[in-house]
Design a protein around this ligand. Sequence first.
Ligand SMILES: *Cc1c(COP(=O)(O)O)cnc(C)c1O
Length: 381
Amino acid sequence: MKFGTKAIHAGVEPDPATGAVMTPIYQTSTYAQEAPGVHKGYEYARTQNPTRTALEANVAALENGAHGICFSSGMAAMDAVMRLLNPGDEIIATNDLYGGSYRLMVRVYQKFGIKAHFVDMTNPAEVRKAINKNTRLFWIETPTNPMLNVVDIRQMTELAAGQNILVCVDNTFASPYLQTPLDLGADIVVHSATKYLGGHSDTVLGAVVVKDDELANQLHFLQNAAGAVPGPHDCFLVLRGIKTLHLRVERACKNAKKIARFLQGHPKVSKVYYPGFKDHPHHETAKAQMRAFGAMVSFDLQKDTFEDAKRVLSNTRLFILAESLGGVESLIGHPASMTHGSIPREERLKVGLTDSLIRLSVGVEDVADLIEDLEQAMVNL
Ligand SMILES: *Cc1c(COP(=O)(O)O)cnc(C)c1O
């Protein structure tokens, strides 16, 4: 089955009780049993819920995996993966990581004896150098936020092979429509479904997808034991969002390409970060592992000051100043003062995260209006 068909049909059957075409929201905490232990496969809603089951099967199909396990947020999904580790185990992670992922590794799991090393995963030599006998997990984010570096997933899975290292890819930025890491040898895919999968900025949810049955058993055990499960209404919203995932992402990618070109030609812009440009350092990797180049674009202003960046951010009318990404509406953000505000200035400058860096999550509006909006927001710089 091709992607667009899977997005709409995988895991979804007309409701057996009524024939309802859309998966009902099974808003229940428990299920009637005919006799003790005699039931229809559903006992208690932390353990199983039919709306969640449909979403889990759907997400598994989109990622070409065998098992989907959903959680109450992207961070809860990541937390379940972290609980697969034992004290003494070590992680090698992408150095320009989502802030919440960095926080979970360093401020929550370090005290349980799990150590994370943050390295430039676009450089295999650095990764090789960081591997030791305790390494049990590679945590890959690609494309990265907000610098839009692209890590070669297959190269990383080859480095990990035969060493008892799990390779996990946070696929939030790309979405399964653009990139399917399990096909490139990864063991685990994690999503903040809050972003592209849900796609409408109206819910928070997370997902893990794997191929391996034993790994799935462990994750299902953790899902039920720790209990960070999503509610049925949130599962319904994500399931509905996914039905248009391919249409939304395709359109957003086209818009982003036009906006990246517009910015590149703009006199007030000094640099545009977009993996679709031929001179992007990881363009070939992006071309090989992604279907298109994504809908995230970052750029620097000629005058590299907070003040100029803030002027642009306060002047846009369509681009909404907000954290998050992946919704139908376009968002604009200032990493230095928003998502990456806790990183010391010298540290962020080292990775190119300047005072004026602006990040766009391009939505599915008419691109002419989006370009006009950016144009007018930069007029008075
Ligand atoms: C948003 C995000 C997360 C966290 O997901 P939540 O649903 O907000 O908990 C993790 N990774 C990336 C790349 C994200 O953008």
